[in-house]
Design a protein around this ligand. Structure first.
Ligand code: HEM
Length: 535
């Protein structure tokens, strides 16, 4: 029993203290009283009514009546596994984050993969984005890298997130369709939101029907900051690359598997780990300075853009191995709470307006989903380092805080921790001298250059799959105006793509959607990349 040994420094999540094995034990009530008969309720005569005093029956039914918690508002369907991350070499010149401090350092992780739109019991192989959320239990607290298998997103600003999710979820009047993007509301929204064009290309590509969670890439999507001990900062994009290769299904396979085995990805991950075929990913970083970022033909704060590898290469800095299945789906996979606000010293946010909204949303939703402010004490969410602060009480409090002092400043002895000063987390002191406004930077308005870049990066077979996916999805859209608007976005990406889709739908090509910018089309010629790791 116990956590698997993960290496020479087996730092592990302390789950042992809460593991329960009831084999060969007497059945008890929740108060520990042994139950004589678990088959029959207490009745007034064998054919009479049940006695109100049957506290054993009432406890059993009451617990059952409350066994469900709300599913996640997005990413409800998921599967997870434990493992570890191992750093290849010290990155202390780039980040003070301890998990990257020395070659060979191992950090336990819990990783949850998910679909986005479907409900908790929906099928795995639908066309959808996949979540790729990693919780690192570092020795300086938890760091969550809450990413997706596609490196860009539908929208540029958190203000639009509830709208895109309402559009993608089943329609509110009849709750159809389940787990599919093929419906009017989704295409209505994206056709009116040209910034989603790049993401649409990825979503209609084979990337949205992965072969296995084990063969998916993962991306942090946003630009983050890394900060070293001297307070110097560089921008960073995070990439996970599966060592088994990146593989997808084809549409006909995905549709058949959806019916034949809705648990296809969950089963594949579980069985691979049980068989000792541990899935592995390398973590890659794209590192670039603020000066470089200013020279790019796009804004690095725009989450609908990638940083092309021709501009900044990806440097592999470590490897993640998943080597143990959860003991209990609800306790671990369902109760795990990832949050973009969970960062550690050496890692920081940027002003990406989508990321900024996410920093709020995860904790907020989890207050409802996990029942109050103490869900960080649920074992799967607890850091491996101790937690000391003056946050007290609330529903389901586990810790018993000692001492009379739970406030600061104080002069009385007992109970109050002290702040860490420079040893603790402090935000990167970015200088900002701008007006407080609503709106977006000019470069955010180029919606098509990178969509075209992605289209051009695809092989002919992959391009045909994209055309077929648009044809299938749009053929199910009832309103001709919506189809026309999507096509007018595609005309701006590539004529062959737009004509291929229009032909399949039997309609004429519309005029291109008006460009929201007069900027020249960016030039993605490779420029000499500054490799901060070259030393
Ligand atoms: C889950 C909000 C954008 C990846 C969630 C949840 C919320 C949320 C409320 C449910 C969390 C829970 O119940 O535990 C938002 C908002 C966004 C946004 C407000 C934009 C403003 C993104 C983006 C990504 C992403 C851009 C990818 C980079 C995920 C993942 C999960 C998730 C992977 C599932 C985590 C898990 O496995 O438990 N999001 N999200 N989200 N989100 Fe986002």
């Amino acid at each position: 029993s116990g956590e698997p040994i993960i290496g020479e420094n087996p730092t592990v999540a302390p789950l042992d203290r809460v593991r329960v094995d009831a084999s060969d034990q007497v059945l008890t009530t929740n108060q520990g009283v042994a139950v004589a008969d678990n088959q029959h309720s207490l009745k007034i005569g064998l054919r009479g009514p049940t006695a109100m005093e049957d506290f054993i029956l009432r406890e059993k039914l009451t617990h059952f009546d409350h066994e469900r918690i709300p599913e996640r508002v997005v990413h409800a369907r998921g599967s997870a596994a434990h493992g570890y991350f191992e750093t290849y070499e010290s990155l202390t010149d780039i980040t003070r984050a301890n998990l990257f401090s020395e070659a060979g350092k191992r950090t336990p992780v819990f990783v949850r993969f998910s679909t986005v739109a479907g409900e908790r019991g929906s099928a795995d192989t639908v066309r959808d984005v996949r979540g790729f959320a990693v919780k690192f239990y570092t020795d300086e607290g938890n760091w969550d890298l809450v990413g997706n298998n596609i490196p860009v997103f539908f929208i540029q600003d958190a203000m639009k997130f509830p709208d895109v999710v309402h559009a993608v979820k089943p329609e509110p009047h009849h709750a159809m369709p389940q787990a599919s993007s093929a419906h009017d509301t989704f295409w209505d929204f994206v056709s009116l939101t040209p910034e989603s064009t790049h993401m649409l290309l990825w979503q209609m590509s084979d990337r949205a029907i992965p072969r296995s969670y084990r063969t998916m890439q993962g991306f942090g999507v946003h630009t983050f900051r890394l900060v070293n001990a001297a307070g110097e900062s560089v921008f960073c994009k995070f990439h996970w690359t599966p060592l088994a290769g990146t593989h997808s299904l084809v549409w006909d396979e995905a549709v058949k598997i959806s019916g034949a085995d809705p648990d296809f990805h969950r089963r594949d991950l579980w069985e691979a780990i049980e068989a000792g075929e541990f899935p592995e990913w390398e973590l890659g970083l794209q590192l670039f300075t603020e000066e470089q970022a200013n020279s790019f033909p796009f804004d690095v704060l725009d989450p609908t853009k990638i940083v092309p590898e021709e501009l900044v290469p990806v440097t592999r800095v470590g490897k993640m191995t998943l080597n143990r299945n959860p003991d209990n789906f609800f306790a671990e996979t369902e109760q795990v709470a990832f949050c973009t606000a969970h960062i550690v010293p050496g890692i920081d946010f940027t002003n990406d307006p989508l990321l900024q909204g996410r920093i709020h949303s995860y904790l907020d939703t989890q207050l409802t989903r996990l029942g109050g402010p103490n869900f960080h004490e649920i074992p799967i969410n607890s850091p491996i380092v101790p937690v000391f602060n003056n946050q007290r009480d609330g529903f389901h409090r586990q810790a018993i805080h000692r001492g009379r002092v739970n406030y600061e400043p104080n002069s009385l002895a007992g109970g109050c921790p002290f702040q860490a000063g420079i040893a603790g987390f402090s935000s990167f002191p970015e200088t900002i001298t701008e007006d407080k406004v609503r709106g977006k930077p000019e470069l955010f308005a180029d919606h098509y250059s990178q969509a075209r870049l992605f289209w051009q990066s695809q092989s002919v077979a992959e391009q045909l799959h994209i055309i077929a996916a648009f044809r299938f999805e749009l053929s199910r859209v009832q309103f001709p105006a919506i189809r026309q608007r999507v096509l007018s976005l595609l005309v701006n990406v590539d004529p062959i793509l737009a004509e291929g889709v229009a032909d399949g739908l039997g309609i004429d090509l519309p005029a291109p959607a008006p460009l929201a910018t007069n900027l020249p089309t960016p030039n993605y010629e490779p420029s000499p990349a500054l490799s901060l790791l070259a030393r």
